[in-house]
Write a protein that binds this ligand. Structure first.
Ligand code: HXC
Length: 257
C-alpha cells in the first residue's frame, strides 16, 4: 500500500525510508508517525532486509513535530492519547537503522534522528531543540537522549536557548557519527547500511541490543549482559561460519541462523 507521507524503497538488503512532506519541511504529524511505525515494523519482520536508512530532504530532515497539529490540543487530549508514545514503537526496532540528516533536524526531528542507532550528517545539518520558544519542552525523548549524547552543559544550552548546533559541532560533541558533504549523504549512508547488512544478522541485532543496554544498566550488569549475548552467539550457525571463513581466508556466507 503506498504511503502518504513517506517513501519506502528496498535496495537489495537495505530499506530506504524518505520523509516526504516537503510543504511542511517534513513536520512529523500523526500520519507520519503511523506510517513510520508500519514501515519500521515491516522492515523488522522482513527476512530479506538487514539495515534501514531514514532520511529527509536537502532542506530538512524534519523541522519538528507538527506545530499546526499540536496547537489546538489541550492537556486532556495529550494525556488521554498519551501523545508521542507511539514513537516508542519506532525505538523498539530490533534491526539496525541509520538516520541520514541534511538541513534542519529540529525538535521532534532531532529527537527522531537520535532514536536511530547512529546519525550520519551532511555538512548542512542543523540540530536543535527549540521547543522552549513555543512554550513547551522536548517531548519525544530529547531531554534524555541529547543529554546522554552530548552531556548536560551542551544539552542544557541547546534546550534552554533553542540554539541550533551545526554539523561540525554535532560531530565534535558526539551527537553524530560522521559528517559528509551534502552531495554524498545518501551514498555514504547507504554504503554504511550495506556494510551492516553484509554482517551476520544475529550478531548485528545483539550488538545493537548490548550497546542500547548500556543506557539502562550499571557497568557490571551491562558487561554481564554483553557476555551472555556473546555466549549465546556460539549457539548459531553464523558463528561457526564466520570463524571458519576467517580460517579459510574467504568471506562469510551468513544464514541468519
Ligand atoms: C508544522 C512546519 C513546521 C513544524 C515548518 N513548517 N516547520 N509546520 N510544524 N514544525 C512549515 C511552515 O509553517 C511553512 O508552511 C513551511 O513548513 C516552510 O517553513 P518556513 O518557516 O516558511 O521555512 P523557513 O523560513 O526556511 O524556516 C525554516 C525553519 C522554520 C527555521 C525550520 O520552519 C521553523 O522554525 N520551524 C519550526 C521549528 C520548530 O520549532 N520545531 C520544533 C517543533 S515542536 P506554510 O504553509 O506556513 O508556508 C516539536 C515538539 C516535540 O518538535 C515535543 C514537544 C511538544
Amino acid at each position: 500500500m503506498p504511503y502518504e507521507t513517506i517513501l519506502v524503497e528496498k535496495r537489495e538488503a537495505v530499506t530506504l525510508v524518505t520523509l516526504n512532506r516537503p510543504q511542511a519541511l517534513n513536520a512529523l504529524n500523526s500520519t507520519v508517525l503511523k506510517e513510520l511505525i508500519e514501515a519500521f515494523a515491516a522492515y523488522d519482520a522482513d527476512g530479506s532486509q538487514h539495515c534501514l536508512v531514514l532520511t529527509g530532504s536537502e532542506k530538512a530532515f524534519a523541522a519538528g513535530a507538527d506545530i499546526k497539529e499540536m496547537q489546538v490540543q489541550g492537556f486532556p487530549d495529550m494525556y488521554s492519547a498519551n501523545f508521542f508514545a507511539g514513537w516508542e514503537q519506532v525505538t523498539r526496532t530490533r534491526k539496525p537503522w541509520i538516520a541520514a540528516v541534511a538541513g534542519f533536524a529540529l525538535g521532534g526531528g532531532c529527537e527522531v534522528a537520535m532514536m536511530a542507532d547512529f546519525i550520519i550528517a551532511a555538512d548542512t545539518a542543523k540540530f536543535g531543540q527549540p521547543e522552549i520558544k513555543l512554550g513547551v519542552t522536548p517531548g519525544m525523548g530529547g531531554s534524555q537522549r541529547l543529554t546522554h549524547a552530548i552531556g548536560k552543559a551542551k544539552a542544557m544550552e541547546m534546550c534552554l536557548t533553542g540554539r541550533m548546533m551545526n554539523a561540525e559541532d554535532a560531530e565534535r560533541a558526539g551527537l553524530v557519527a560522521r559528517v559528509v558533504p551534502a552531495a554524498y549523504l545518501l551514498e555514504e549512508a547507504l554504503k554504511a547500511a550495506e556494510t551492516i547488512a553484509s554482517m551476520a544478522p544475529l550478531a548485528a541485532i545483539a550488538t545493537k541490543e548490548m550497546i542500547n543496554a548500556s543506557f539502562e544498566m550499571g557497568l557490571a550488569q551491562g558487561i554481564n549482559f554483553e557476555r551472555r549475548l556473546f555466549h549465546g552467539l556460539f549457539g548459531t550457525e553464523d558463528q561457526k561460519e564466520g570463524m571458519a571463513a576467517f580460517v579459510e581466508k574467504r568471506p562469510g556466507n551468513w544464514t541468519g541462523r
